[in-house]
Structure formats: structure tokens, C-alpha cells
Design a protein around this ligand. Structure first.
Ligand SMILES: Cc1cc2nc3c(=O)[nH]c(=O)nc-3n(C[C@H](O)[C@H](O)[C@H](O)COP(=O)(O)OP(=O)(O)OC[C@H]3O[C@@H](n4cnc5c(N)ncnc54)[C@H](O)[C@@H]3O)c2cc1C
Length: 355
């Protein structure tokens, strides 16, 4: 390939890589597009892996029936290994580019120890795991995050004996905070899952887990679901600035001209929220011990005496309130100033909390 044909190289054939190619074509880009993809499968969707696929409702979560119409070259099973000056190297060749889009996603964090631990990141992981979820099997999931919760529920529904071990004092503490996460703890027992909180794991051994403090938890299968790290090791010797992922600005540009990053591998700076913008307070909408409620996080400007003014909704979690999810998303996007009292009142439609 000559430099004039170099076009755009996309590293990563997951959701972000595929959407990049689709968007380029939708915007009229007619140049060469090459996708370097570590996995041998065409792009597929991951959220159904821990839901419909584990439940046995689907076997395939492909994102697109055919790739040919995109006019891009998908090089499946050919991961990017290094970034040179205007060129990406793989084990099979070198690919010059005018623009590079890094979309290499994230990889699960492993626990120490010689025992077998499974993960739930790829469709192959999910299919292999599903085959082990037989009635009576003793499954231990490490980590009570979203994926741990979904996996535990699916496994219990398939007749497994399931325990979830979590180092924090509440489920989902890292994602939504311990106060809201604690409201989900009863759901485990309701699903027939044993939840062990405040219990760190020391290592994975053959036949189970060695627990911090000296305990032992027997398991036929251990699944580690304690989080992911951006898949950017292949860029470590390059000039691209890494900050828990590829550091990008609000236009997804990295520190190297012509190199962009998207999806889970990108450490994104938002023009509106900044990189570390948190909430000032949590407002409960409805009764969180009941079946229909929402947690709404507000951020606002501080006036003298700590009084908050001009509060905006910055995040929302809904339980049994799908309409609130939709309306909450719109409120966040519009950055409308909201009335906290109206937010707390379930009788008031969430959208009507905008002032
Ligand atoms: C089980 C599960 C359930 C989830 N559920 C939800 C959900 O309910 N809601 C939600 O919002 N999100 C959910 N997610 C997260 C969501 O799937 C990810 O945010 C999304 O897949 C990110 O897309 P991505 O393209 O950035 O990364 P990925 O989907 O990880 O794709 C990256 C691809 O790049 C490949 N790759 C890695 N290194 C290289 C390399 N050097 N060269 C070339 N290719 C490489 C990887 O193999 C992978 O195929 C879930 C994830 C999982 C695993």
C-alpha cells in the first residue's frame, strides 16, 4: 500500500471500531479504511452476553449481518502490535495511515493465583461459561458489579448454586456509590444468590478461592468480574499519551496528530462535564425499598453558605421506571436547571422537574 492510499486505519473491531467505519461512510468518506481486529469474529455486541446469551435466548450477537457494503477491509485475527511514525505494525505487516482510530477496548482484570478463573468479555468467554452453568454446579463470582450481578442472576436461573464475593461493603459501590448500591443487596437473595460483602479474595486456587483472613470458598467454576483496564499496552512504547487509556480531548484527538481514540480504551475529556466531574448530592425519587424508584445525582453552583443553586441532573439510575430513564437522559443532555423537590416526587413526571 502506498502512502497516498494510506487512508484510515482502525485498530479494534468491536462496537466502537465498527461504528467508526459506519460513521465515516455515512459522512461520505470514500478513502481506504482498514480495520485491524484481534478477534476472529466479525464485530458483535457485548451487553447481551451477560443477559440474553447466558440465559440461552441467543447464540449470536453480531452487530451487522454483512460487512461488505462498508467497503472496508476487515483483517480479523490480526491485532495491532505497535505504532510507528504514520504506520501500525501487526504480526503480518505494516499499515501506513493518514489517520488512525484506536478502538481496542478493555480487558478484564485477573486475580492472583494458579487456579482457573474465567472472565466474561468475549462471546467465546460467554459461550464457554454458559456450557458450565448446569443445575447443581457451584459457581463463585468475584465482584458484585453490573456484570457480576447479571451473571449471578443468569446462573441461578439455570439451577447453579451461586455465591458472589465482594470486597466492598455494598454491591455496585464503585459504579454508583455504596449508598445506592446497598439498595440492590436484597436482590441477590431474591434471585437465590449468596452475597458475601466486605470479603476480599486473596487468590484463585484449584477448586476454589483463598479468602483474605484465611477462609476458603469451594467452587467448580470461578468467574472474575472485578473490572477492566483499557487495552493500550501496545501503545506504551509510542508517543501517544496514556492516562488510564488513551488521553483524548473533546474531539477524541490524542496527543499525536492524526491519532484518535474511541470507546472503552479512550480517557475522554468532556467539554461540559470535564474528566472528573462528580455530583454534589443524591436525591431519591420514590421509595428505594419499593419496586419503583430512581436515584438522581445533581450538580450545581455553590452560593455563600453552601447553598446550591442552578442544579442540574448529571446522572440517573432507575428501577422499574423505564420512562424516567428516557426522560432523565433528555434532562441530562439538555443541561436544564431542575427543581430537586419535584424530582423527589414520583407523582411529578421527571421531565416536569425542569424549571
Ligand atoms: C458482558 C458484558 C456486558 C455489558 N453490558 C453492558 C450494558 O448493559 N450497558 C453498557 O452500556 N455497556 C455494557 N458493557 C460494556 C460495553 O460492551 C462496552 O462499553 C463496549 O463493548 C465498548 O466497545 P469498544 O469497541 O470500545 O470495546 P470492545 O467491545 O472491547 O472492542 C474492542 C475490540 O478490540 C480488540 N482489540 C484489543 N486489542 C487489540 C489490538 N491490539 N488490535 C486490534 N484489536 C484489538 C478486542 O479484541 C475487541 O474485539 C458490557 C460489557 C460486557 C463484557
Amino acid at each position: 500500500m502506498t502512502a497516498s492510499q494510506a487512508g484510515i486505519v482502525v485498530a479494534g473491531g468491536g462496537l466502537a471500531g465498527l461504528r467508526t467505519v459506519e460513521e465515516l461512510r455515512a459522512l461520505g468518506y470514500a478513502g481506504t479504511v482498514t480495520v485491524l481486529a484481534a478477534e476472529r469474529r466479525p464485530p458483535y455486541d457485548r451487553p447481551p452476553l451477560s443477559k440474553q446469551l447466558l440465559a440461552g435466548a441467543v447464540d449470536d450477537t453480531s452487530l451487522r449481518a454483512e460487512l461488505d457494503s462498508l467497503g472496508a477491509e476487515f483483517r480479523l485475527g490480526e491485532p495491532a502490535r505497535r505504532l510507528g511514525d504514520g504506520m501500525v505494525g501487526t504480526g503480518r505487516g505494516e499499515y501506513p495511515f493518514e489517520r488512525l482510530v484506536v478502538a481496542t477496548g478493555a480487558r478484564p482484570i485477573a486475580l492472583p493465583g494458579p487456579g482457573r478463573q474465567r472472565f466474561l468479555r468475549t462471546i467465546d468467554d460467554a459461550l464457554a461459561l454458559r456450557a458450565t452453568l448446569v443445575p447443581g454446579a457451584r459457581l463463585v463470582v468475584v465482584g458484585a458489579g453490573w456484570i457480576g450481578a447479571e451473571l449471578a442472576t443468569a446462573a441461578a436461573a439455570r439451577g447453579c448454586r451461586v455465591s458472589v464475593v465482594e470486597a466492598a461493603r455494598a454491591p455496585l459501590a464503585g459504579a454508583i456509590g455504596a449508598e445506592v448500591g446497598a439498595k440492590t443487596a436484597p436482590w441477590y437473595a431474591e434471585a437465590g444468590v449468596e452475597l458475601l460483602l466486605g470479603q476480599a479474595v486473596e487468590s484463585v486456587q484449584e477448586g476454589g478461592l483463598a479468602l483474605a483472613g484465611g477462609g476458603w470458598l469451594a467452587a467448580d467454576e470461578v468467574v472474575t468480574a472485578v473490572g477492566v483496564r483499557p487495552e493500550v499496552a501496545w501503545l506504551e512504547s509510542s508517543a501517544v499519551k496514556l492516562e488510564n487509556g488513551v488521553a483524548v480531548d473533546e474531539q477524541l484527538r490524542s496527543s499525536v496528530p492524526g491519532v484518535y481514540a474511541v470507546g472503552d480504551c479512550a480517557a475522554f475529556w468532556s467539554g461540559r462535564f470535564g474528566r472528573h466531574r462528580g455530583a454534589d448530592r443524591l436525591v431519591w425519587r420514590g421509595d428505594p425499598s419499593g419496586p419503583h424508584w430512581a436515584a438522581c445525582w445533581l450538580a450545581g453552583e455553590r452560593l455563600a453558605g453552601e447553598r446550591l443553586a442552578g442544579e442540574r441532573l448529571v446522572a440517573v439510575l432507575t428501577v422499574g421506571l423505564p420512562r424516567d430513564l428516557h426522560q432523565g437522559r433528555r434532562l441530562i443532555e439538555s443541561a436544564a436547571v431542575v427543581d430537586a423537590g419535584r424530582i423527589a416526587d414520583l407523582a411529578v413526571p421527571l421531565r416536569d422537574s425542569a424549571r
